[in-house]
Design a protein around this ligand. Sequence first.
Ligand code: SF4
Length: 248
Amino acid sequence: VTKLIPVSEIYGPVVQGEGPLTGRPTVFVRVGGCDDRCVWCDSKYAVEAEYAKTWEKLTEDQIVERVSECTGPLSVPGHVTLSGGNPALYELSLLVNTLRQSGYEIAIETQGTRFSFWIANLDHVIVSPKPPSSGNQTPYDPQSQLRLFVKTCFEDARYHGWEYPKLFALKIVVFGRKDFSYARSVHEAYPDVPMWVQVGTSVGKDEPHHLIEKLIRLQEMVLRDPVMFDVHATIQTHVLLHGHKRGI
Ligand code: SF4
């Protein structure tokens, strides 16, 4: 029996605005449902139960069809980002296989609270542990799910020379000093994993000049901290350019 996947929205191609794939055209498949409730979540419409009636229940084939409607018959630009909510809550192996057979590269954005083995078969795995300001800090200790992500998608993949994932990265949103020191501790726990720290934004509150001031402060924090000298200090470029508009 095919299990239907709750989908909040499918849109694109748009230019990825954050993390290591910044600047890359992609189609977003945003699933509905999340195991976290971050106070500053900018995708509440894909999280809160009150929006569940807006989520379409789709088969894998229907999702692939919708993605190809976005990219056009040539499947250009050929990149899909599974986002949410938390896409790791669902069994998406069949979707991933079908997308790959259709020629797409596939990325996931997930917070690192649930690991599943299908994730290790993706091209790009970007894990965004949630810092203290979220209200539900993501554990990163040796027993944590985040540790499983790092072990399987990074350490084992490198050791065995697996083809996937081609990219594994950590991305942490920073709203202030406590979040920065959380990011620092995660980086100390997993020093070899490439890390992006990113200016935290508040829906409807951040004018572009505020964001730029915040980015300058974040970059100064990184420059003053030898532990963080090899992280990337960045901003959500789509928010800088368009605010928190949906479908951008
Ligand atoms: S993990 Fe992501 S989608 Fe879920 S509540 Fe937090 S910010 Fe929103």
